[in-house]
Design a protein. Structure first.
Length: 320
């Protein structure tokens, strides 16, 4: 072998070694970051909210998975988890009573243990001709008679609930699919009356699968988010993916951002077993001023629906 050939051979070996070392360092860093975010869920001084969406396949074909989710949430309620958000498509077929019954059975597990709000999705009320009859029959006026601080528009087309967690007063505003102008006007007036609360807006159709806002999302942004500085977090489902869209907003017009609105999409229905029972856990650390997102399936006893090595920051991440 000539000197030139040996040089090429050793250079190739060195390049391969460097590649292995760098890859190992990258995977180690990713795994370390994932462990750090997961640890946030149990960190002292923090608290969490649960978030589920697009449970229609569970209601239709996998009711045991739906129940496994709510049983786990019930066990965590009162300690770690303070509230649950459902961003719609509770059922797959709005005319199928069995699906509604399956969904109701799963959600009733939480009664008396964990408060929740649901923003109806298009599978719950229809897409072209919106009809809230069955949704309201099963999930209208959620929390009525329990002493919770709740207001409704149209018995549950829009629901607003105020509560405290940690040292913060929250308002959860659930905007159902197809809510019309009068409903959005009502929601806007309510936000104006309760501007001292940190608002979490939950709705079904807000972001596209690529993270951009949908037409309805743009409408809600202009109608409710942009003009109300109390809105800090928007959660949605509808499109099959998990994405985030961080939006700085200048409220006083001085050219500097006054707040950041965190906009998150999570919809796992296209995954095996109707979505695999994955729950988003949103952990607030008021001292560090961070929001940590963890994704967990009690059905699989597994973290991260999307493979974290190939999809870093998809299902586990921190926002400060």
């Amino acid at each position: 072998m000539g000197n030139r050939s040996r040089v090429i051979k050793y250079a190739a070996l060195a390049l391969a070694l460097i590649t292995v070392v760098l890859a190992s360092a990258y995977f180690t860093a990713v795994e370390s970051g994932i462990r750090s975010v997961k640890a946030a869920y149990t960190a002292a001084g923090s608290y969490s909210f649960g978030w589920i969406s697009d449970t229609q396949n569970y209601s239709q074909s996998y009711p045991e998975i739906f129940t496994s989710m709510t049983n786990w949430l019930k066990a965590e309620a009162g300690g770690r988890i303070k509230y649950l958000f459902h961003t719609g498509d509770v059922v797959n077929t709005m005319t199928d009573e069995k699906q509604w019954q399956n969904a109701l059975s799963a959600m009733q597990v939480l009664d008396g243990s964990l408060s929740y709000s649901i923003a109806a999705g298009n599978h719950d009320v229809g897409r072209d001709e919106v009809d809230y009859t069955r949704f309201l029959e099963y999930f209208g006026r959620i929390g009525e008679g329990t002493g919770r601080d709740i207001e409704w528009y149209g018995d549950g087309v829009v629901t607003a609930e105020r509560f405290e967690a940690g040292r913060t007063r929250y308002l959860v505003l659930a905007i159902g699919y197809g809510a019309g102008k009068d409903a959005l006007d009502w929601a806007g007036e309510l936000l104006s009356r309760h501007s001292e609360y940190i608002t979490i807006l939950i709705t079904h159709d807000y972001m596209r699968a690529d993270g951009r806002l949908s037409d309805n999302g743009q409408l809600l942004l202009e109608k409710l988010v942009r003009g109300h500085p109390s809105v800090r977090l928007v959660l949605c489902g509808h499109n099959h993916n998990a994405e985030k869209n961080i939006l700085p907003l200048d409220d006083d017009g001085d050219g500097k951002a006054d707040r950041t609105v965190i906009q998150l999409l999570a919809d796992y229905q296209a995954m095996p077993n109707g979505g695999g029972g994955y729950i988003r856990l949103l952990t607030i650390d008021e001292k560090k001023k961070t929001l940590s997102v963890t994704t967990y399936s009690p059905y699989y006893d597994d973290y991260d629906c999307f493979e974290p090595i190939t999809h870093p920051q998809k299902d586990s991440f921190e926002i400060s």
